[in-house]
Ligand binder design. Structure first.
Ligand SMILES: Cc1cc2nc3c(=O)[nH]c(=O)nc-3n(C[C@H](O)[C@H](O)[C@H](O)COP(=O)(O)OP(=O)(O)OC[C@H]3O[C@@H](n4cnc5c(N)ncnc54)[C@H](O)[C@@H]3O)c2cc1C
Length: 368
């Protein structure tokens, strides 16, 4: 089949890999000018490790494995250690593979067969499914017809909006925002990754290999802003931390001002009654974002890609049957991951000073 995938993140690349190696002709369209590789290290866990193996990338992922979370420590404003990050509470088992987002993205892209092409700098802007195929119009003005269209374009999916309606119908905001900024000045062999809280806020430095970046989380109701306006996003972050001079906050905010690849997004989930309509289906965060607090978004992207491709094969190309079976197999993983986010980030972003102190005291007690 001739298949279009919108979005070149983990879900899009994994789906392209799975479908391409099964003999489909795949076009992957990514809105950015290149693969987007920023991001905090992520986990491949549970059954997703087996799916990565089926995709042929597991040995590479194991080779690139890092252990950043294990070096996490909560610190006081003067930098002294308050408590260790409880990695055991946050992982499934010792088999979880923590890996830099860029390494996973590059590994999947390098494994793509020649039947999968990536088109950068373009985006779907109209989709017409007439039952026999989908006519796609792109922002560049190009138009093309595909047998199937798969939306792997993340939390703010355009494919979802065009096919199922506005984001607000499916978004469940968890009351937090996340931001990342490159921090070259802190890239050194210091192995600790300090996390500093003040009520409703977290600022931290994450290091792996020769890289360092600032990670921010803050509590906020849903904000109205343009997802593609970098300056507007920087301003929201700077305003949220403005006036706080504890620990290294001023230095980290300077990193925000300087970073051209700054990343900012809401910590939200997507809940949809179904992920497919006609010849169009959604994969990964576009369908069922579980939010970073679940630590399972990447694993869900891999399982969804695998199930979708396997079911298309099993149904002999009958997309109606395949999409229904894909959804049936993927749902339990999604429900588990989304339900795992129960405390709204209370562990890493306590909302009051009392809650910060209580968390630290609890973790100190566990450590002794
Ligand atoms: C730059 C970046 C940094 C991230 N950092 C973190 C992190 O630090 N921690 C964390 O837990 N999760 C992070 N995530 C989210 C995490 O990668 C996903 O939750 C998970 O891997 C599932 O991936 P996905 O492919 O479904 O969605 P995503 O990883 O969001 O990928 C979606 C892709 O679609 C592209 N896209 C969006 N709109 C269009 C369009 N209209 N047309 C074409 N392409 C489009 C995006 O540029 C992106 O490449 C990040 C995502 C991105 C894009």
């Amino acid at each position: 089949m001739n298949i279009l995938i919108s979005g070149g993140g983990v879900a899009g690349l994994a789906t392209a890999l799975e479908l391409g190696t099964r003999g489909h002709q795949v076009t992957l369209v990514e809105r950015a000018a290149r693969l987007r590789v920023t991001g905090a290290p992520i986990d491949v866990r549970g059954d997703a490790i087996g799916f990565a193996d089926a995709m042929g990338v597991l040995p590479k992922l194991r080779e690139l494995r890092i252990r950043m979370a294990e070096q996490g420590v909560f610190v006081h404003a003067d930098g002294s250690v308050a408590a260790r990050l409880p990695v055991e509470e946050m992982s499934d088992s010792g088999d979880d593979i923590e890996i830099a987002r860029e390494d996973l993205v590059h590994t999947l892209a390098a494994a793509l067969p020649s039947s999968a092409d990536i088109v950068f700098g373009d985006s779907v802007d109209a989709l017409t499914d007439d039952g026999g195929g989908v006519d796609v119009h792109f922002a560049s003005g190009r138009a093309e017809r595909f047998d199937l269209v798969l939306g792997a374009d993340g939390l703010h999916s355009v494919t979802r909006r065009l096919t199922f309606g506005p984001e607000r119908d499916y978004l469940r905001h968890l009351g937090l925002y996340v931001a990342l900024a490159d921090l070259p000045a802190e890239a050194r062999a210091d192995r600790t990754n300090p996390l500093y809280n003040y009520p409703g806020h977290l600022a931290s430095i994450a290091r792996y290999r020769n890289k360092a970046f600032a990670v921010f989380l803050f509590r906020s109701e849903l904000l109205d802003y343009d997802y593609r306006d970098l300056d507007a996003q920087k301003k929201l972050l700077l305003d949220a931390f403005e006036g706080h001079t504890g620990w290294k906050i001023p230095q980290l905010l300077d990193a925000v001002r300087a970073d051209p690849d700054f990343y900012f997004d809401s910590v939200s989930q997507i809940h949809m009654p179904t992920w497919h309509r006609g010849r169009i289906a959604l994969v990964g965060d576009a369908a069922h974002c579980a939010a970073l607090l679940s630590g399972r978004g990447t694993s869900l992207a891999l399982s969804g890609a695998h199930f979708l491709a396997e079911e298309l094969d099993a149904a002999g190309g009958n997309h109606t049957v395949a999409f229904a079976r894909y959804e049936q197999r993927q749902r339990p993983y999604v429900e588990f991951a989304q339900a795992s986010v129960t405390d709204g980030g209370e562990l890493i972003v306590p909302s009051t000073q009392e809650a910060i102190d209580a968390r630290n005291a609890r973790l100190q007690a566990v450590a002794t």
